[in-house]
Ligand binder design. Structure first.
Ligand code: PLP
Length: 441
């Protein structure tokens, strides 16, 4: 039987795929085999426009020669060296380079291997910070419903997506703000929705319930990504910042998606003009080329831990791959591309074109909401009776067959093209998607 894979088809049985319906996938696999610029190429040779920057990470586009060269050089210069009680130049160099685009005062950087590790690291830094200041009773965390903070036990505890939580035990001491998703009041908002800033005041209720002196930190995505691109209501993040200040709570922005130019500024913190105390990042840090994450901390937080005898390890935390030399080389080359090509400014310039194009789909059947900010966007489809998620999944499959990669979570189609995207590619993306959505029943 010919399924187009010929004799080269890999055996798909051993790889237990993450966040995937394994049996469904393996029955009808979708294999991406190559990538360059804005495009993937499937195993069968079809060109596919990348509407999702891989998984929100390939911000400078695929197959960047400078990153490949830097990684190659680094592998042959110093492939790996530990950062526990030892150091190597490129980790220091990369951390220093990152401070040049960091929000004001956030000039201390802890390296991790992924977004999930960044989240667990930030939560632990928050606990250690309060303890160092004699407030070790601050052990609670406040996350938000519909939040996604990776898949570590810390991340799922503060996260708010039920499927990621229901099978697993979560940490005690995590509570949640209400989500800001409000179709009734905010459907088809362009950019920030008008309604919902008052939802930040729910933090007062949680403070009254638990006692401010027991809470270490509040963690939110400035723009919820995995829940289906939910930009914050106007004024919401400002209120959250001021309530955290009022009660002595650290504010953590999870910028794993919004970091490195997605909104047209280096980080959402600068885009919104709100500086958190800790910031978690990954993905665009290395253009997705090698796994790496980074937690940015305000200098005061770092310095609060640099107390006591200098022979003491200040934070009992770290990973074998914290500051991995090869990942640092990829990251430095990535930062150079962002700067040289002005990609954050380019994203800002493309954002109005993106907004107009995505909202151009509002007339299609089954579309119940369209949301956008920077170079992120989502189209929410009404669920088919008795089959929630079916329209979303069909969109993913049909779009791929039409030459477009989208992300489907339930019935939400999320989009986040590489920041190198040009107006003609935006037009192509939405014309392909229009055809697909129009063909759905
Ligand atoms: N935090 C946010 C906001 C994310 O979007 C993600 C991944 O999508 C993560 C954390 C987890 O990152 P990783 O998959 O690299 O562990």
């Amino acid at each position: 039987m010919s399924d187009g894979f010929g004799d080269n088809r890999p055996d798909l049985s051993a790889f237990w795929m993450p966040f995937t319906a394994n049996r469904q996938f393996k029955a009808e696999p979708r294999l991406l085999a190559q990538a360059k610029g804005m495009y993937y190429r499937t195993f069968e040779g079809q060109e596919v426009l990348d509407g999702t920057s891989g998984l929100w990470c390939v911000n400078a586009g695929h197959g960047r020669q400078e990153i490949a060269d830097a990684v190659h050089r680094q592998l042959l210069t110093l492939d790996y060296a530990p950062t526990f009680q030892m150091g190597h130049p490129i980790a220091f160099e990369f951390a220093q380079a990152l401070t040049t685009i960091a929000p004001p005062g956030m000039d201390r950087v802890f390296f991790t291997g992924s977004g999930s590790e960044s989240v667990d690291t930030a939560l632990k830094i928050a606990l250690a910070y309060h303890r160092a200041r004699g407030e070790g009773q601050r052990v609670r965390f406040i996350g938000r419903e519909k939040g996604y903070h990776g898949v570590g036990f810390g991340g799922i505890s503060v996260g708010g997506l039920v499927n990621n939580r229901r099978t697993f035990v979560t940490l005690p001491g995590a509570d949640h703000l209400p989500h800001t998703f409000d179709l009734k009041r905010n459907a088809f908002s362009k950019g920030l929705p008008e309604h919902g800033a008052e939802l930040a005041d729910e933090l007062e209720r949680l403070v009254a319930l638990h006692g401010a002196e027991t809470i270490a930190a509040v963690i939110v995505e400035p723009v919820a990504g995995s829940a289906g691109v939910l930009p914050p209501p106007k004024g919401y993040l400002e209120r959250l910042r001021s309530l955290c200040d009022k009660h002595g709570l650290l504010l953590i922005f999870d910028e794993v998606i919004t970091g490195f130019g997605r909104l047209g500024a280096p980080f959402a913190a600068q885009y919104f003009g709100i500086t958190p105390d800790l910031m978690t990042t990954a993905k665009g840090l290395t253009n997705g080329s090698l796994p790496m994450g980074a937690v940015f901390a305000k200098r005061e937080i770092h310095d609060a831990l640099m107390q006591g005898p200098e022979t003491l390890i200040e934070l009992f935390h770290g990973y074998t791959y914290s500051g991995h030399p090869t990942a640092c080389a990829a990251g430095l080359a990535t930062l150079e591309i962002y700067a040289r090509e002005g990609l954050f400014a380019h994203a800002a310039a493309m954002a109005p074109i993106w907004e107009a194009a995505i909202h151009g789909l509002a007339d299609l059947p089954n579309v119940i909401d369209i949301r956008n900010i920077g170079l992120m966007g989502a189209i929410e489809l009404s669920p088919r009776d008795g089959a929630p998620g079916a329209r979303g999944y069909e969109t993913l499959v049909k779009a791929l067959n039409a030459g477009l990669l989208v992300r489907a979570t339930g019935d939400v189609i999320a989009l986040s093209p590489p920041l190198i995207v040009q107006p003609a590619e935006i037009e192509k993306l939405f014309s392909l998607l229009r055809g697909v959505l129009a063909s759905l029943d």
